[in-house]
Design a protein around this ligand. Sequence first.
Ligand SMILES: C[C@@](CO)(OP(=O)(O)O)[C@H](O)COP(=O)(O)OP(=O)(O)OC[C@H]1O[C@@H](n2ccc(N)nc2=O)[C@H](O)[C@@H]1O
Ligand SMILES: Nc1ncnc2c1ncn2[C@@H]1O[C@H](COP(=O)(O)OP(=O)(O)O)[C@@H](O)[C@H]1O
Length: 291
Amino acid sequence: MEEKAYAKINLNLHVTGKREDGYHLLDSLVVFPDVGDYVSVEPADVDQADLVTLQITGPFSGSLQNEDLKNNLIVKAAYQLVACTDKSLSPIKLLLEKNLPVASGIGGGSADAAATLRLLIRYWGLKISAQELAQIALKLGADVPVCLNSVSQRMEGIGETLSLLPNLPQFGMILVNHGEAVSTAEIFRHRAAYFSKYIDSTQNLTSFDQLIQELIKLTNDLQPPACLLNPAINTVLQAIEELPFCRLSRMSGSGATCFGLFETEQQAQAAAAILTKKHSWWIWGGKGVAK
Ligand SMILES: C[C@@](CO)(OP(=O)(O)O)[C@H](O)COP(=O)(O)OP(=O)(O)OC[C@H]1O[C@@H](n2ccc(N)nc2=O)[C@H](O)[C@@H]1O
Ligand SMILES: Nc1ncnc2c1ncn2[C@@H]1O[C@H](COP(=O)(O)OP(=O)(O)O)[C@@H](O)[C@H]1O
């Protein structure tokens, strides 16, 4: 049994306020392109010491090799489910194929956690209400709730207030990461002192042109501090902007991954191929909205 953990892309990200606990309030249009990690589960030996174990493979497994697997969001997600059932559960082995760059503003860890929740609810046959699931997800991280169904959404609060964007058009996207991880906490610490206002007209975004016109008016408020702390992000943004048919380039989340938007999937794939010839960066191109 397997679940795909789709990358999370913030098409815009407005920091609209700050909570008393220091967490920032956000307003962001979030989409899930057709690229991701894979989480799968198989039965483990009954004499396995831990109920849940994890093995990581894939091109970015090395980024997690020095971390204790018990701290991985996948293992934490599994134990959150264990804690909310009376069922007697048999030991499992979880496998993660890590295809997404780590700590890169595309929510790989959050997507993995959400995929694990979906996977194990199915595998163990658990009955959990949507409300309880949303609470478990938020406990794991602010970005986990939006990743639960991996469809286009507007995200507010710190990530707990979600509204679906069912009319968003299909488009092509490229993702580019130059290989330097940036710290989310540090980027938030260096953000400008003002809070930005977000004007919502998301219901009208039914064509690609309308979407671009709207996104041009919006910003990622974390992009300026990220570029200041890691100027190479500017180089990436410029390289994307110069690609044929690119209509918008921007950073996702707290960075450093940047995206480019194209009218079609084919244009995005061709653009990714051009960039791949010039740079040794992580580059992906394809469908901007997976499902
Ligand atoms: C910025 C976003 C936008 O989608 O994406 P990423 O860049 O992580 O992909 C998220 O809000 C990231 O949420 P999440 O992934 O849970 O953040 P964490 O790594 O736990 O946050 C690390 C630190 O960043 C700060 N932080 C995080 C989220 C937030 N809304 N306000 C904050 O001030 C806090 O200091 C927190 O301790
Ligand atoms: N399954 C996981 N994949 C990636 N990172 C994880 C995972 N579990 C825990 N982490 C931790 O979460 C941090 C943020 O990772 P990630 O979710 O990739 O960041 P971002 O949301 O910025 O893309 C990592 O530095 C790592 O320490």
